[in-house]
Design a protein around this ligand. Structure first.
Ligand code: BES
Ligand code: MN
Ligand code: ZN
Length: 502
């Protein structure tokens, strides 16, 4: 896929399809659209007047250009009301539009930059947002289907129309492609079923994906985990016939001994719940329980391309969570690699167990800042749905950077509390801590557990159990299927940490 900026007027753009983005409830067509409309003999104005197109978010009208423009088709795409316009909604709408056009067989897409975007954001941010959004439209959930009624084409060429390539906009287009490609790869991995994506397959996919990137890759095997006394990770792995792995990636962009950002991702390739077995309904969806681990890998690949001046280490403990005669029992007590003893009340709270040893490994490797990402709790999914990830922290400064990174990425985070009022929830009668507590505040309980392993270092926990997958047809604003949640946020975070030198 390639992408470029074009200063020329849209009337001269060579493409299969031209996307025209319009706000809801605007009395007249904006100036940049008027020229297109004139060439089309007033067709846009007519569909607006007839209320065939209102500009509501994701509203689409597909017009044949009949030789009146060098492009074959025009797609009118609604951005919704001006007051609700933000980088998240622009990305989601343009992504949906690009996906629609691809499914119609269009390979070369052009997007007319809306003046409304340039009034709000810097040209480079607009260029990155639009490129990223179109490229995100290339993701297709049906990679294992052998038959299809739709044309099977990829978007190959993106033109952003109406921007100069100065002021960083050309670099921004390249960055947008990099970030979208990494996101789409993660979506594909999350989409794959657990029989096609075991921990061993995960390792091989990462090896392939990071080849030639300059990232250093290391894989810890189960004998390494035993040597390092990773009793929490091993307790989860015990029930499965598939060997657990711990993937470690290193990016050395900063000074040796300088700040090191650790990205720790949950890589459960299938979560049956273990002996605390989950109900059958929707259990198939638990193939996506490695979404945090995949996001960390995707972000590392983007970081290797974008080259921020900071050191980053990624740690992805990966295993299945299965019931068997060898599986961990509720009530068992294990010792994590930082020496803390854990009473396992519920074997379905397995993510926090594998992260405990993943985070400890990052601490021992010299992490100065820790961000973990995990599809950790049904509780956060019930609170925020697929719209946002939940964030928990022990450090407001790092949390501030995460917020800024989310804005740059066009992703939503919502901070949740870890106040001292919750202290004591994970106290165990028999061990140092237990892995589950009461019925309420489930996402905070999980965060309190993880905090036991960060050694007091600046830390943010991102719970993406809701945001990693969008499965409701009622929710219009977020495209369906695996979302690639947190990939772009983490890549931007590395960049912000590099320039802020915190
Ligand atoms: N992987 C699940 C969390 C999850 C739920 C992700 C729904 C995506 C959608 C996690 O391992 C889990 O089972 N959490 C339990 C914890 C409970 C046993 C304390 C949960 O949230 O119910
Ligand atoms: Mn679970
Ligand atoms: Zn899980």
């Amino acid at each position: 896929m390639q992408a470029r900026l074009l200063k020329a007027t849209p009337e001269s753009v060579q493409a299969d399809a031209l996307m025209v983005l319009l706000l809801q409830g605007e009395a007249t067509l904006p100036a940049e659209v008027a020229g297109v409309d004139q060439k089309l003999g007033g067709a846009i104005q007519e569909v607006v007047r007839d209320r065939q197109f209102t500009g509501k978010l994701m509203d689409q009208v597909y017009l044949r250009n009949l030789g009146k423009l060098p492009s074959t088709w025009t797609l009118l795409l609604g951005l919704g009301k001006a007051e609700a316009l933000d980088p998240v909604r622009v990305r989601n709408a343009v992504q949906a539009g690009a996906r629609f056009l691809r499914k119609k067989g269009n390979r070369r897409l052009a997007v007319l930059v809306p003046a409304a975007a340039l009034q709000r954001w810097a040209p480079a941010d607009v260029a990155r947002t639009l490129t990223e959004a179109v490229a995100l439209g290339n993701f297709e959930q049906r990679s294992l289907r052998t038959r299809s009624d739709e044309p099977q084409v990829d978007i190959e060429d993106i033109t952003i129309v109406g921007l100069d390539s100065d002021r960083g906009a050309a670099e921004a287009v390249a960055a947008g492609l990099t970030l979208a490609n990494a996101t789409n790869q993660v979506r594909e991995w999350v989409n794959l079923p657990a029989n096609a994506f075991t921990p061993s397959v995960f390792v091989e996919k990462v090896r392939e994906f990071t080849k030639g990137s300059g990232l250093e890759m290391q894989v810890l095997e189960m004998e390494d985990m035993r040597r390092l006394r990773m009793g929490a990770l091993l307790a989860v792995a015990k029930g499965s016939d598939e060997p657990a792995k711990m993937i470690v990636l290193r990016y050395r962009g900063g000074k040796p001994g300088g700040p090191t950002l650790a990205l720790v991702g949950k890589g459960i390739t299938f979560d049956s719940g273990g002996i605390s077995l989950k109900p059958a309904d929707h259990m198939e969806y638990m193939k996506s329980d490695m979404g945090g681990g995949a996001a960390v890998v995707g972000a590392m690949r983007a970081i290797a391309d974008l080259k921020p001046a900071v050191n980053v280490i990624a740690v992805v403990p990966t295993t299945e969570n299965m019931p068997s005669g060898k599986a961990t029992r509720p009530g068992d007590v294990v010792t994590a690699s930082n020496g803390k003893t854990i009473e396992i009340i519920n074997t379905d709270a397995e993510g926090r167990l594998i992260l405990a040893d993943g985070i400890t490994y990052a601490v021992k490797e010299g992490a100065t800042h820790i961000v973990d990402v995990a599809t950790l709790t049904g509780s956060i999914a019930r609170s925020l749905g697929p719209v946002a990830m939940g964030a928990f922290t022990n450090n407001n400064q790092l949390m501030g950077l995460v917020r800024r990174a989310a804005d740059l990425a066009g992703e939503r985070v919502w901070e949740m509390p870890t106040w001292a009022d919750y202290d004591g929830l994970i106290d165990s009668d028999i061990a140092d801590i237990k892995n589950t507590a009461v019925l309420w505040a489930g996402a905070t309980t999980a965060a309190l557990f993880l905090r036991e392993f960060v050694d007091g270092r600046p830390w943010v926990h991102l719970d993406i159990a809701g945001s990693a997958w969008q499965d409701s047809s009622e929710l219009k604003a977020v495209p369906k299927g695996p979302t690639g949640s947190a990939v772009r946020l983490l890549a931007h975070l590395a960049h912000l940490l590099a320039i802020e030198k915190t």
